[in-house]
Design a protein around this ligand. Structure first.
Ligand code: HEM
Length: 416
């Protein structure tokens, strides 16, 4: 298939999973960047209204920074509801409690509760612990696969970030895999391998909630200095967080902290494996790892988009947006905007400056964990290259089926 935006823009539904089989449809986005704002029907969700695609770097920055006109309330996804049938309980109602689905001033107060735990300087305190975790995960993976033939996503990728953020939340490391399974089964709702039907979302939440409740009760009885204790002891406007708010605070940190970093690490490693010249630039130390990390995030932003909802009528790049309209800020497109990035489809770790939008286009919702993720990725690349002289593909990788999570489902590699 050779998808084209210009063949018939009215026919194009950018949320059609067919377009995403091989990854983000970059050619379609390139065409869309040259047109007025495009509106897609959400054909797979006939009860939902469609959405506008915000595709240029400047428009993403404008929408991301103007929270008064473009609200985060309700949802970060282009769907409003994931209920099985109209009137049935809806996971999106729970999701609306998340920090990422709130507007200022409440959003800012919630974020302030944990912001200090996530400054780039505080992230440095976790350096040795992160190195330890990375090595522990490789030891475990090689224990299971002594010949070094393993799956970089499923044997390595899922464990490192979940243990890093899990440690911060006070989760025992042996529970990390279980937490990843619960969070994947709620966030990867477009992939039938993980979420066969919408009931699965409730099954996963039904297991996740009592687990977190148990942790919360343990911290109420014996407070520690972990993030779970911070969340339950925190007050916003003189009140403790409600049960659902505390639960979803934990959830957003868990999902945002692990889906994202593993997606960027594994995708970036694939780019290095596919281009030995780039691998050599990194191995030889010719390019600082901090810079390599930025290109990893630009080329493969972990979240393809985040949604906003217009609070009033507004004009944007040729479109008359109405109050209540949905907009998707496509970071996968902004990061390849040829007006900002020279030769944007070229993966090049030498790119500098690299003002990508992989952590958001700026504004109040800019990624809370950017400092932590940058350091984690740097250490992960460093330890991987230190331990293995050879890192090669060992079979065909498979994409996760999603228009939101930009990641690989599995990636067979040979590490030696
Ligand atoms: C490479 C890894 C990561 C990427 C690419 C990434 C990307 C993003 C993006 C695009 C957003 C939304 C920005 C917006 O709407 O303007 C976001 C928000 C967020 N991220 Fe990350 N993220 C990463 C790692 C992390 C980590 C490790 C954490 C740790 C807890 C984290 C926690 C969050 C939270 C809590 C939010 C919501 C912030 C808010 O609503 O104010 N992220 N991230």
């Amino acid at each position: 298939m050779n998808p084209s935006a210009t063949a018939d823009p009215a026919e194009l539904d950018i949320s059609d999973l067919e377009l995403w089989k091989e990854g983000p449809p970059h050619e379609v986005f390139r065409e869309l960047r040259g047109q007025d704002l495009h509106f897609s029907a959400l054909r797979d969700f006939p009860d939902e209204t469609g959405f506008w695609s915000v595709v240029t770097y400047d428009d993403i920055a404008r929408v991301g920074r103007d929270h008064k006109t473009f609200s985060s309330e309700r949802s970060i996804l282009v769907v409003d509801s994931l209920a099985r049938e109209p009137g049935a309980p809806d996971p999106m109602d729970l999701g609306a409690n998340m920090l990422i689905c709130q507007d200022p001033p409440r959003h800012d107060r919630l974020k302030a509760l944990v912001q200090r735990a996530f400054t780039p300087k505080t992230a440095l305190d976790h350096t040795e612990r992160m190195r330890q975790i990375i090595n522990l995960v490789y030891d475990n993976a090689l224990g299971k696969h002594p010949d070094g033939r393993l799956d970089l996503v499923r044997d390595v990728g899922v464990f490192v970030p979940s243990m890093v953020i899990g440690d911060m939340l006070g989760v025992p490391r042996e529970d990390a895999e279980q937490l990843v399974s619960w969070t994947n089964r709620t966030s990867a709702f477009e992939d039938p391998r993980l979420v066969p039907d919408l009931d699965e979302l409730w099954t996963a939440f039904g297991e996740f909630a009592p687990y977190v409740d148990g942790l919360i009760r343990a911290r109420e009885a014996n407070p520690t200095d972990d993030l779970t204790t911070k969340i339950i002891e925190a007050e916003v406007d003189g009140e403790r967080l409600s049960h659902d708010e505390a639960l979803m605070f934990f959830f957003v940190l868990m999902v945002a902290g692990n889906d994202s970093t593993r997606a960027v690490f594994t995708s970036g490693m694939k780019n290095l494996m596919d281009d030995p010249g780039q691998m050599e630039l990194v191995r030889s130390g010719a390019v600082p790892l901090e810079q390599v990390v930025e290109e990893f995030v630009r080329f493969n932003p972990a979240f393809a988009y985040m949604r906003r909802t217009a609070t009033c009528d507004v004009e944007l790049s040729g479109a008359e947006i109405k109050a209540g309209d949905k907009l998707a800020m496509w970071y996968v497109s902004g990061n390849r905007d040829e007006k900002v990035f020279e030769n944007p489809n070229r993966f090049d770790v030498r790119r500098d400056p690299n003002p990508h939008q992989g952590f958001g286009g700026g504004g109040r919702h800019f990624c809370l964990g950017a400092g932590l993720a940058r350091l984690e990725l740097k250490l992960w690349i460093e330890e991987t290259l230190r331990r293995f002289d050879t890192i090669e593909p060992d079979g065909s990788p498979e994409r996760l089926s999603s228009t939101f999570l930009n990641q690989w489902y599995s990636m067979p590699v040979h590490l030696a």
